[in-house]
Ligand binder design. Sequence first.
Ligand code: SAM
Length: 329
Amino acid sequence: MQMLTDKFGRQISYLRLAVTDRCNLRCQYCMPAHGIDIVDRKELLTYKEMYRITRVLSELGVNKVRLTGGEPFVRKDFMGFLEMLSFNDKLEEINITTNGVMIANHINELEALKINTINLSIDSLDKENFAKITRRNVFDEVYKTLEILEASSLNLKLNCVIQSGVNTHEIIDFIELTKHKKMGVRFIEEMPFNGVGQRATKEVWNYNKILNNIKSHYNEIIPVASDKSSTSHNFKVPSYLGTFGIIPAFTRTICNDCNRIRITSTGMFKNCLFDNGVFNVRDFIRQGASNVDLKQLFVSIVKEKPENGFIAEANRKGDVSESMSTIGG
Ligand code: SAM
């Protein structure tokens, strides 16, 4: 079978697909209060186009897909798309990253579709702080989703972006959640996307600072084995049911084992979170590309995958200023 391998020998097996650029929250590190300039609906990939891209990629060895956005559940008939995608027998895992506001009623269906892991984004366990960060008053809905997910058969990971002076005092509260709950909490270094986060003005909470903060609180934490291509370094407090991890999203110490590519909601193929986008697959499809054309294209552009996120950033045109909602988080 033809595979997607880059010139550093890394095999690509994981696609992050953004199903929309729209979001129902306004997290202040991700976008301005008035939101981002969303694209015209016809510029978004259709579900059929997304299915086709995923199918072709899965015939080249991609066996995991993470659906993200924007907020995936704000796109009309997202559940129908999931059902369509679940017919792709080459996919071993379908995962979703969501803010959880709109999904409490869908959890049974998600279980029935054998969705593997839900990454639930929640940056604060305090209702007021949560509202300040997201600029929306929906903590109760999100926490209800967390509890239903925790009781479900789905794997649950919490995504928590650490922002200096905003939620750093809650890191231990998040770890304490794992005492009785079988979930993984992952602390994410804030990235300078959209340019309005804390990074420019405040003390930087990077991987080491987050880890040292945790170590100073507990007598012992133990490393937990993870996949080579995992985005987080994972640990647990002995006897706690769940685990916690730190994602060095900005310090980028995980690039060596990267197995990921991204497709944005407008069909832009990205070899790296930090690149500008290398090719618009939507336009290629709309110009009549066959599946063989698509395969050749994917094989050749993956060869150009930069060695790491620093090289990708250095090669980009313009600042890293897009919102993660546009890129697909
Ligand atoms: N709407 C979904 C959600 O909230 O999970 C999916 C899209 S969101 C862009 C995906 C993830 O990216 C979220 O966990 C979010 O917190 C994270 N994210 C967005 N902007 C970020 C930034 N500047 N630095 C680090 N993480 C960021």
